[in-house]
Design a binder for this molecule. Structure first.
Ligand SMILES: *Cc1c(COP(=O)(O)O)cnc(C)c1O
Length: 384
C-alpha cells in the first residue's frame, strides 16, 4: 500500500477481484482463439487507468485500448508495455509521439497517412484502420477509400497497417436488424483481408456477450469488464452473471435532530414534517454526485435513507428516523448487508446509462483498490 492518504471520508472502492472475474468469464465465453482488448479509456470508466489495466492483464487481457493519445501516453508512463490501441482521432501531426510511445493509432480517412508523412521523423507507426459501417462517427465508408489507405500503407516506409475494425451502434438492443446490417457491411469491406495477418475486430461488450462467434480476432471489452450490463434490455439475457467493481461511500460528519418545520440546505426547500434526524455527508455535486440526485437514496446500516434538500457542491444531507453515531458509513453506490444500490439504479434515476455514472465521479474522490477484501492501494488524485 502506498502512502497516499485522504483526509475526507468519501471514497470510491474498486474491487479488482470483480474486474478479474468478469474478464475470466468473458474469456471463457468467447473462447481461447479470440483476443481480449481491455478498454480503459476515460480513467477506465472512472475506475482508474493503471490499476484496471494491470488487473485486466493479470486476468488474461491481450491488449489495451483508450480513446486518445494522451491516455495511451499515461499508460506508458505508468509502466505498461503491452500493445495499446488509440481508438479515437489522433492528429496526423502527432504521429511521432505515437511512434515514440509505441502506441497503435487509428487511421480513419484517406488523407491521414498523407498528412502524417510530413511530421514523421523516425521509426514506424503501427495503426488499425477504422471502418464506419453505420455508426456515423469515425471511419472509412467505401471500399475505394479503404483500398487507397491500404495502398498508401503498403508503399509507406513509416506506417504499417496492423488491424482493421468497426463499431456497432445497436449491439445492446434486442432487435438485431441494424446490427446485422452493419455486420454485413463489415464482412463485405474486409473481404480479402482475412488471411493477411491483420487483426480484425468489431465487437464491444454487448457483441461479445450476445454474439461470441462474430468477433473475428478480438473483443473490445469495456463496460461489462466493470461488471455492468451494456443496456437494461441486456440485463435479463446475460450469458453469465457480472460482478460490479465500483462502489461509492462516505461517512456522516454531523447528525442533528430537527423539529417539525425546520429546513435543510439552499433554498430551504426541504422542511421537516415531523421530528427527524439529519445527517450531513461530505460529498456533493463537485464529486459527481449531481444536484439532480436530490430525492435519491443511500444506505445506512443496511437500510435506505433519502437525500433531502438541495445537494451542495461539497455536501449533502440525508434524513434518518433515528440518530446514528458520527462516522457511520453511508453507501451511495454498492451494498450494505442485504440492501444494494446498483449503478443502474442511479443511472435510471438520472435518465442516463450506467457508463455515465462511474465516469462522472470526479477525481476529487479517492479510489481505494481492494483484493480479497483487503485494501491494496489508495489513489488520492489531489495529493499524489
Ligand atoms: C468505448 C468503446 C468500446 C467499448 O464499448 P463497451 O460498450 O464499453 O464494451 C469499444 N469500441 C470502441 C470503438 C469504443 O469507443
Amino acid at each position: 500500500m502506498n502512502d497516499a492518504v485522504y483526509y475526507r471520508d468519501t471514497w470510491a472502492e474498486i474491487n479488482l477481484d470483480a474486474i478479474e472475474y468478469n474478464i475470466k468469464q468473458m474469456k471463457q465465453h468467447i473462447g481461447t482463439t479470440t483476443g481480449l482488448i481491455a478498454v480503459v479509456k476515460a480513467n477506465a470508466y472512472g475506475h482508474g487507468y493503471a490499476q484496471v489495466a494491470e488487473a485486466a492483464l493479470k486476468a488474461g487481457a491481450d491488449m489495451l485500448a483508450v480513446a486518445f493519445l494522451d491516455e495511451g501516453i499515461l499508460l506508458r508512463k505508468a509502466g505498461l508495455t503491452v500493445p495499446i490501441l488509440v481508438m479515437g482521432a489522433a492528429r496526423p501531426r502527432d504521429i511521432q509521439a505515437a511512434i515514440d510511445y509505441q502506441l497503435t493509432l487509428t487511421v480513419f480517412h484517406r488523407n491521414w497517412l498523407k498528412e502524417a508523412a510530413a511530421f514523421h521523423r523516425m521509426g514506424k507507426l503501427q495503426f488499425h484502420i477504422k471502418l464506419d459501417t453505420g455508426m456515423g462517427r469515425l471511419g472509412i465508408k467505401s471500399k475505394s477509400e479503404l483500398e487507397e489507405v491500404l495502398k498508401d500503407s503498403c508503399s509507406s516506409d513509416f506506417a504499417e497497417a496492423k488491424g482493421i475494425f468497426t463499431h456497432f451502434s445497436t449491439a445492446d438492443e434486442l432487435d438485431s436488424s441494424y446490427f446485422q446490417e452493419q455486420f454485413g457491411k463489415f464482412e463485405t469491406l474486409i473481404k480479402g483481408l482475412q488471411n493477411t495477418g491483420m487483426m480484425i475486430h468489431c465487437g464491444n461488450s454487448a457483441t461479445g456477450l450476445r454474439f461470441p462467434e462474430r468477433l473475428f480476432n478480438a473483443l473490445r471489452f469495456g463496460i461489462s469488464m466493470y461488471g455492468l450490463a451494456p443496456s437494461s434490455e441486456m440485463r435479463g439475457i446475460l450469458p453469465f452473471p457480472l460482478k460490479e467493481a465500483f462502489s461509492l461511500h462516505t461517512k456522516a460528519v454531523q447528525v442533528k435532530k430537527m423539529a417539525e418545520g425546520e429546513k435543510v440546505s439552499y433554498g430551504a426547500v426541504y422542511e421537516a414534517e415531523k421530528e427527524v434526524w439529519i445527517a450531513t455527508l461530505p460529498i456533493g455535486y463537485a464529486d459527481g454526485w449531481i444536484r439532480r440526485l436530490q430525492h435519491s437514496e443511500v444506505l445506512v446500516n443496511g437500510k435506505r435513507a433519502p437525500i433531502v434538500g438541495r445537494i451542495c457542491m461539497d455536501q449533502c444531507m440525508i434524513a434518518l428516523t433515528e440518530p446514528v453515531p458520527l462516522g457511520t458509513q453511508v453507501t451511495l453506490i454498492g451494498s450494505q448487508g442485504k440492501e444494494v444500490i446498483p449503478v443502474d439504479e442511479v443511472a435510471e434515476r438520472l435518465d442516463t446509462i450506467n457508463y455515465e455514472i462511474t465516469c462522472s465521479i470526479s477525481t476529487r474522490v479517492p479510489r481505494v483498490y481492494t483484493r480479497d477484501g483487503k485494501v491494496e492501494e489508495i489513489v488520492n488524485f489531489l495529493l499524489k
